[in-house]
Design a protein around this ligand. Sequence first.
Ligand code: SF4
Length: 474
Amino acid sequence: MSGAPASATFPKNARAALANPPLLKAIAHIEETLVSGRRRAIDALPEFEALRDAGRDLKAHTLAHLDLYLEAFERKVMDAGGHVHWAADAAEANSIILDICKAAGARTVTKGKSMITEEVGLNAFLEGNGVRPVETDLGEYIIQLRGETPSHIIAPAVHVNKEQVAADFRRAHTDLDPRRNLDEPVSLLAEARGVLRERFLAADVGITGANFLVAETGSTVIVTNEGNGDLSQILPKTHIVLASIEKVVPTLEDVATIMRLLARSATGQEMSVYTTFSTGPRRPGDPDGPEAFHVVLLDNGRSAMLGTEFEDMLRCIRCGACINHCPVYRSIGGHAYGSVYPGPMGSVLTPSLYGLETSAHLANASTLCGRCESVCPMRIPLPKMLRHWREKEFERHLTPRKARLGLAAWRLLANRPRLYGLTTRLAAWGLARLAGKSGALTSLPLAGGWTKWRDLPAPEGGTFRTEWAKRGRH
Ligand code: SF4
């Protein structure tokens, strides 16, 4: 698969991110925007928990019959006059899309926001083959100007502040008045809108992802807040949808169910601003729409996840809630993960897509606090799957040497209960003495990674086993 991640450098990336105050300040906004918004939206919907059950069950059912629903989807797309292409991996998807662009004589393509095109590295591939891709989602447009990748699956430029955006616009939009005022977000938005409007009109092909593929109608569905996806798919003569196979759902009714979970979990909205269904190319009498409609269905490692302990991950609807609530993501941002998909969902998905050898660190980029699972609208057991990856990392001898030595020492003690009891009692006593009256340790050999960033509370009272034994006597 192309586009393999650079997550092998996660520890180094994380250290760099922790020492980047502007980045940390930008990420801090997630609490007051996405996290608070989700809380408010969910508090206002009494049936939210029941909807989560329904969403989980319908996706689990679809995955159990994925082949049937995908074939039904393909038939319906063809009935509507569209074309379906099957891509086993990123290279095949890119090559199919390039062929369609060449057949359409395309020099410029506009793109709606799509993580799947990031996954296959489509932009670099098209550019390398003489086709200019233009991102039209504001966040994606900003990071395209900066030559970066998204740092969040729903807010790709969450790591960038408005001063940086203004500087990027001045650098890129050299035909505009250099004295123009770009101090406010609204002026940045207006400038991007004006520049992109020209691009929409000039594009030969529009490329979007899909939030859903509907088996009963052959429709692809996108949800956006900017309407850019709609212009990308309606204005050019050719519309290409790149979607991964697990996006299929049986019926329109199922889309409605999951939609009620998606926007609330992602941005705290009841609904995203635009929800657009595309079914085939323009028919006679239609006021707009493309003349050609292509859907590229991408596997890229997903079918191999079916029937494994990672199948549940295919229920993901890319809402980003697990990312927004992850204390690790909130401390380092998305680029440190070195993968298209950051945070807990990315740490589970990335090894499945690219192999554990290049991404073994990611399963450890978690405190296993469980917040990700508690907010996931599809009830995906993310911590359980992270533990599965840790087991596989250990089995394949990918765990760092220090961690293996630590585990070996722990096993030595755990197999000898009396020695274990003595050692833990001594450790608790020693740590309490070291901490003194402050009750916290500010530095500690072998735990410098912890005490560098926060104090370690000293043990209070006895060990767990001594306290347990005391209770047993009462
Ligand atoms: S794993 Fe769950 S919370 Fe995370 S992006 Fe996917 S659906 Fe949303």
